[in-house]
Design a protein around this ligand. Sequence first.
Ligand SMILES: NC(=O)c1ccc[n+]([C@@H]2O[C@H](COP(=O)([O-])OP(=O)(O)OC[C@H]3O[C@@H](n4cnc5c(N)ncnc54)[C@H](O)[C@@H]3O)[C@@H](O)[C@H]2O)c1
Length: 253
Amino acid sequence: MRLEGKIAIVTGAGRGIGQATALRLAEEGAAVTCVDLALADRTAAAVEEAGGKAIAVAADISTSEGNRRMVDETVVAFGGLDVFHANAAVQFLGLLEATPEEEWDRMHATNLRGVYLGIRHVLPALRARGGGSIVITSSLLGLVGDPDLPAYGAQKGGLLALCRAVATAHGPENIRCNTICPGDVDTVMNAEFFEHQPDPVAARKAITDRYPLRRFASPRDVANVAVFLASDEASYLSGIDIPVDGGLLARIY
Ligand SMILES: NC(=O)c1ccc[n+]([C@@H]2O[C@H](COP(=O)([O-])OP(=O)(O)OC[C@H]3O[C@@H](n4cnc5c(N)ncnc54)[C@H](O)[C@@H]3O)[C@@H](O)[C@H]2O)c1
């Protein structure tokens, strides 16, 4: 039990990476607040079925109100906060010239501004416990480019800079901040990307073949890294980005 007695919030916990992280944090002993637009209940129920402690908060993390409520409800239910996993995001697929302003703004509201709002709201609660760990889900696309995801990539890159600012500002308060940069992960979001390609099956195979490990990550592969960064085992890591990419970045040819 690497997180016995800890209290965590996970955003975007209704499915995919957030759901897997909520389950893994609870397996390691943390009480977990599962935050999502509409799907938080089912993850909280799954955590409890597995013997863990969880609450569900239906909230939109692109709003101050949603972020305030997720913190307030966590403190009321569990008495504090130690870990914040800022994970919720949305994507719009298309080249830059095919990306309408409204889509850029909609994505920005959740993917970058929403993380800023979340961190603003969790900091007092982390400080009150004498420190804590913030884990941000960025993406490999914050480090490298994808023609079909210009806004998403820009926002994910922004998270890397935000992480470093938070790590440097709040390290003296024993608050660590790190990002996870996953490659392809088998989730609904990832499936939508391939559905957008002219030949989804061929596109998926071509990309899978570029991974040294010859497979996409499971949500649990990513959740394991989030658990590590949340735990005291990562007590001297702050301000870094961890690619979780099956070795993809290691290759040029
Ligand atoms: N799947 C991948 O291949 C991949 C790769 C790299 C990074 N990521 C990142 O991992 C994270 C999780 O992705 P996923 O693949 O599990 O996505 P997903 O779409 O399967 O799940 C995302 C969840 O976030 C929730 N959500 C979206 N906007 C929200 C908001 N405003 N407020 C509250 N909840 C909101 C959705 O309801 C959904 O349950 C995201 O940050 C994503 O950018 C995913």
